[in-house]
Design a protein around this ligand. Structure first.
Ligand SMILES: *Cc1c(COP(=O)(O)O)cnc(C)c1O
Length: 396
């Protein structure tokens, strides 16, 4: 198909929910580069929204996928699955979780986490079901996860939403304490808010939430869908804070692009689920687990978490130079390779201009640019991206 035909087919047949699609038809990707149908090359610092942690077409992931395709793509969870068993062990041995369950998207992992929190109290005959989240959070697009998402713009068109959710301002421990009632089952937060603007939790806030949960017998659910698996310079963002969640969710980077998500829990919490409580047709299927196993084992074996921390420092220092040099560049936020740059003009304008110059990024607010390059990004790639940005900023 020609580019014009593809664009027209989208307009004719696809539901109109992405009206800001960037005018590029992606043809292939390799490492930190994407190529369009016309052969143009782009430096990909969005990585499919923090998904392609190992970059595009990583040989180890691609090999694992091809091998699995030739064996078996799918079989039901009624049977035992070797790639799933291997992934279970790898995830549990390297995280705060004792037990895992798989889904196909981030929202679905969060749904499972919320169901588990409710069941945990039901199993003890306690009438606690409420989940407290934070304003500006993002937890997904299903009905329950938009109820959890503390942003009215996602909720309003779809009321009534499932009951049992409320939100309190982020990084405000007192507000959270006031929101707790005898119905509170869980507090659910992102260690660094992603879609809400790259807002890291303060040390006091997350530590304080952990203490509050312990005092009140409330479960702590961490949404590590964007922050997890090395993105922030630790394998899981909670490691920055010296705390452990009772339940946490993963998705974006887990399959390096193959749809797979997971939620993990401490044994005592996970044991609340009994046969029939939860399930999924596709979740944890052989292909998805083979991709996730290859992704996570590569991240671990190639020390990409430490590498991401180093590249994050390098990138942040370069961006800090822009902050110091240009009045219109205000500040940077984030950890590791999850970075937000606060600017004093239309961030979407910069995104468009960067695209014209061959750099793919996006904006998470009118004034915040987001950078989430693959963890395998090199200093020379960062230099190239910063040079493009600086040229745009200098001219505006
Ligand atoms: C992307 C994201 C989700 C939703 O994931 P989907 O796969 O789009 O359902 C949930 N929480 C966070 C923190 C995310 O970044």
């Amino acid at each position: 198909m020609k580019k014009e035909e593809i664009v027209q087919a989208d307009k004719d047949y696809f539901m109109n929910v992405f009206n800001d699609r960037v005018p590029i038809v992606v043809d292939k990707g390799e490492g930190v580069r994407i190529y369009d149908k016309d052969g143009n090359e782009y430096l990909d610092f969005l990585a499919g929204i923090a998904v392609n942690a190992l970059g595009h077409s990583h040989p180890k992931v691609n090999e694992a996928i091809k091998e699995q395709v030739d064996k078996v793509i799918h079989c039901t969870n009624i049977y035992y699955i070797e790639p799933q068993a291997k992934l279970n062990e790898l995830l549990v041995e390297n995280s705060a979780g004792d037990k895992v369950f798989y889904g196909n998207s981030g929202a679905e992992a969060n749904e499972g986490a919320i169901k588990l929190a409710r069941k945990y109290f039901k199993a003890q005959n306690e009438d606690r079901y409420e989940v407290i989240t934070t304003t500006k959070s993002f937890h997904g697009r299903t009905l329950a996860t938009i109820a959890a998402t503390g942003q009215k713009k996602y909720q309003k068109p779809f009321v009534p939403l499932p009951e049992g959710f409320k939100s309190a301002p982020y990084n405000d421990l007192e507000a959270l304490k006031e929101a707790v009632t005898d119905k509170t089952a869980a507090i659910m937060v992102e260690p660094i808010q992603g879609e809400g603007g790259i807002n890291p939790a303060t040390q006091e806030y997350l530590k304080g939430i952990r203490e509050l949960c312990d005092e009140e017998g409330i479960l702590l659910i961490l949404d590590e869908i964007q922050t997890g698996l090395g993105r922030t310079g630790k394998l899981f963002a909670y490691e920055h804070y010296g705390i452990e969640p009772d339940i946490f969710s993963l998705a974006k980077a887990l399959g390096n692009g193959v749809p797979v998500s997971a939620f993990l829990a401490k044994e005592e919490v996970a044991d609340a689920f009994t046969p029939g409580d939860h399930g999924s047709t596709f979740g944890g299927n052989p292909l998805a687990c083979a991709a996730a196993y290859a992704t996570l084992s590569t991240i671990l074996e190639e020390d990409l978490v430490e590498y991401a921390a180093e590249m994050g420092d390098y990138f942040q220092a370069k961006l800090q130079d822009l902050v110091e040099k240009y009045d219109v560049v205000d500040s940077i936020r984030g950890k590791g390779l999850m970075i937000g740059l606060e600017v004093e003009f239309d961030a979407n304008e910069i995104v468009s201009e960067a695209f014209e110059q061959g750099l793919l990024i996006n904006a998470v607010s009118d004034t915040t640019l987001r950078f989430v390059p693959p963890l395998i990004v090199e200093e020379s790639d960062i230099d190239e991206a910063v040079a493009i940005l600086e040229e745009i900023i200098a001219e505006s």
